[in-house]
Design a protein around this ligand. Sequence first.
Ligand code: PEP
Ligand code: MG
Length: 591
Amino acid sequence: MKVKSEGRARRQRIFEGLSVAPGIAIGPAHLVDAHAPQIPDYEIAAENVGAELERFASALAKAQKQLRKLKDKSSKLPAAAAEEIGILLEAHLQMLTGSRVVRGVQRRIVEDRRNAEAAVQAEISDVAKEFEQLDDAYLAARAVDIREVGDRLVRNLSNLTYQGFTHLAPETVILAEELSPADTALMDPAIVAGFATMLGGAQGHTAIMARSLRLPAVLGVAGLIGAVKTGDTIVVDGDEGRVIVNPTRKTLADYRRRRGAGERQRQQLQRLSRLPAVTRDGVAIRLEANLELPRETELAIAAGAEGIGLLRTEFLYMNRDDLPDEDEQYAVFRSIVEKLQGRPLTIRTLDVGGEKLAGALGKYGETEANPALGLRAIRLSLKERPLLEAQIAAALRAGAHGPVRILLPMISTPWEMREVRDVANAMVRRLKRRGQAFADPMPPIGAMIEVPGAALAADALAQVCDFFAIGTNDLTQYTLAIDRGEERVAHLYDPLHPAVLRLVQFATEAALRARLPVAVCGEIAGDPRFAPLLIGLGIRELSMATAALPRVKQRIRALDSVAATRCASTIMEQSDSGRIAVLLDDFNGLA
Ligand code: PEP
Ligand code: MG
C-alpha cells in the first residue's frame, strides 16, 4: 500500500498558473508553511548550555531595546493611537522582564538541553495555549501578543532578522500558498532558483519583485500545495505559467535544454547594453530601470539603464519592526546616486497600503476595509508628516551627490503636489539650519499618473509638476476595478483596454503640451510588444525591470517611429481590446 502511494506521489504532474516572471527554474521543492515558521530544533551538548543561555540573554536584551525604541517612536503618534500602542508595547516588555516565559525558556535550555529557538517556541506555545483556554475573552486574546513576543525572540536569536531562505540548498524552488513582496525580497537568487504560489496576480508586487530579482515565478497555481512535499523535484516554467512536479526524465531533459537556450539568448542580448535605444528613423528613447532593492543598481547599469526611473522606497520599510530614519535613508539613496555616476535617480516616496503593507507600518493601514482606496501612498505620507519629511530630506541630501528627482505616488489633486512642495521647502530650510549639504536647485518633483482622476486632470496637474511618470499597473487596476494582485480576476486585467489607453494618451498629451518630461514606468514599459504603441503615443522615456531592458531596446532599434505613430492612431480608434491586441501583434509581426 505504502509503495503504491509513493509511486503515485512520484508521478509527473503538471499545474497551470499565471506566468509572472520568465525563465526556467529546476530544483528541489521547499514548502513554506505559513503557519509553522522554520525554527531550528536540536539538542545542545552539556558544555554549551552556558553559551546557549547567553545567546538567549542577548536576544532578550535586543528585544527589550527594540520595544523601547518602538514605544518611543509611537509616542509621537496622535494621542489615541499613541496610548493604545503604548499599552500594547508595555505589555510585551513585561513579558520579557523576569517573567514566567523567560524562566521557562531558561529551564528548557538547561534541563531539556534544547537550543534557544526551540525552547522559546515550545514555551511560547504552552503559555499561549493556556491563555487561549481562559474564560476571560480579553485574556484569551492576549495569546496573540505572546506569540508575537515569541516571534520577535526567535528572529533576534536567528540573528538574521527576517532572513527567511538562507538555510536552503542552492537551486531550491520555493512553493507556498502565498508570498508577500517582503518575503520575496528575502530570496537570494544565488540560493533560490524560482518560486510558485497558489495566490497572487501577475501585476501584484510579489510578481514585480520576482521579475526584478530575475527569479522565474508562477503564481495563482490552483491545487499546488496539497500535491507536493519538500524535496520533490520541481520545474517552474515562468515562460508558460506551468509548474511540473516530479518531472519524467524526458521532461527534465527538455527543460534543461530550454534553460540553457534561454541563458545563451540572455547573454546575446547583453551585447545590446552598450548600444543606444534609437529607432531606425533616429528617434532616441530613454530607457531607465525600476529598482525594488538597492542591490540591483549595478545590474541595471550593466544592462545599459540610463538612470533609475523608479526607486520603490518600500524596501526600506520591509522585514523590520521599526522605521528607517532620515540618516539611514540618506545613506541608501546616496550610495545609489554614487553608483549611478551622474545618471539620474528618481526616488519615489513611500507607497504602502493596498497590497503592499510594510511590517513597520502595518498599524497605519491594516484595518481599512478597502486599503487600495484608503490611506495609501501619498495620502499616508501627507497624514504622517514625519514619514514624508524624513524621505524628502534624505532625497535632498542625496541630491548633493548627483542628480535626483522626487516622485510622488497616487497623486490625485494639485493640492497634494503643493503640500509636498511646501514640505520640500521647509526641509531645505531645516537642512540649511543644520549646515548639511543638499541639492540646489530643488530637484524636479513629479507625480505618478496612476489614478484615473489624475490622468483626466493631467492638464491641471501639469501646472504643478516637473514631470509625470505614468503608472499603468495601478491605472489599469483603478480604471477597470480589477485588483492587480488577485488571481481570480487576473484574466480581466488588461492594460490594452481602450479606457486605459485613452487615459495614457490624455496624460501624455497634457505633459507634452506643457513641455514636461513624461515616462511610462508600469510593467507594460518592459514588454517589447507595447513599445510601438507607447512610442506612437509620444512617449520617449520608459522605465522597467532591469531584466526587460535588452528586449525592449532590441524592439526599439527595429522600429520605425512614423509607422509606430500610425499604428497607435489606428489602435486609438478601436473600441475592443481584443482587436487592439491583434493590431499590435500584427504590427510586431507576431500574428
Ligand atoms: C504602477 O502603478 O504602474 C507603478 C509603477 O507603481 P507600483 O507598481 O509600485 O504601484
Ligand atoms: Mg502604482
